[in-house]
Design a protein around this ligand. Structure first.
Ligand SMILES: [Zn+2]
Length: 229
């Protein structure tokens, strides 16, 4: 791993972040900022008006896109989602997985609520990248499930990390959150970063026969909190 030199102007935000986290109590562990906010603009969408904010990691080449609705406040619990990029589901409407429908449902729910945030984490295919994901899909065409396919390609079942996503939510000013996720690892990461998770909100996703098997695998092999018939 290469170490990045931190520009002096970044040190101030480190101090601010450290001070913020210390006030959150003993559970907080993020003492040094590892992400930086680099761009911020309006984004009118089909579901309404959002802000789109770009962050980059100070410890890797990873970039994050965050959609923010309303004013994030420390004194109210906002709906949040850490959405892992799924090009096939989010953009092409693939029904091999439920990602696109979850993203749509999360945006609509936040829109109704009037405030909330979605951290769009660019870790395609649970961290293996789009080309390897297509290779995994080819193995799935031959009968492997989503976990077996990743493992046969030499990857762990899930290579994602969520600590920087949680740090971004803190940086936005949020302290308490209502999480739209079935993934216990994401919820754990939010708590470990010092965010108070006051509720897990279930997204109403219209079921589809094609991704029923995928959800069953996530439930049985990855401990996701999905209800599968
Ligand atoms: Zn997907």
């Amino acid at each position: 791993m290469t170490l990045k030199l931190i520009h002096p102007s970044k040190r101030r935000s480190e101090h601010v972040a450290a001070a913020t986290v210390e006030r959150l109590g003993s559970k907080a562990v993020a003492h040094v900022a590892t992400v930086e906010r680099v761009a911020d603009a309006r984004l009118p969408t089909e579901t309404g008006e959002w802000r789109i904010i770009g962050f980059h990691s100070l410890s890797s080449a990873e970039e994050f896109v965050v959609l923010v609705k309303g004013e994030p406040r420390a004194n109210r619990a906002s709906l949040v989602r850490i959405h892992s990029q799924c090009l096939t589901g989010d953009v092409f409407g693939s029904i091999k997985c439920d990602c696109g429908r979850q993203l749509d449902a999360a945006m609509k729910l936040i829109e109704q609520e009037g405030h909330g945030a979605i951290v769009y984490q660019q870790q395609e295919g649970r961290g293996i990248g789009i080309i390897n994901k297509i290779r995994a899909y080819a193995l799935q065409d031959e009968g492997a499930d989503t976990i077996e396919a990743n493992e046969r390609l030499g990857f762990e079942a899930d290579m994602r990390r969520y600590d920087q996503c949680a740090e971004i939510l803190l940086d936005l000013g949020l302290r308490a959150v209502r999480v739209m996720s079935d993934n216990p690892a994401k919820i754990r990461a939010l708590r470990q970063a010092g965010l108070q998770v006051v509720e897990r909100v279930r997204l109403e996703i219209e079921p589809h026969d094609l991704f029923a098997g995928y959800l069953k695998t996530k439930k049985e092999k990855m401990g996701h909190l999905v209800s599968v018939a």
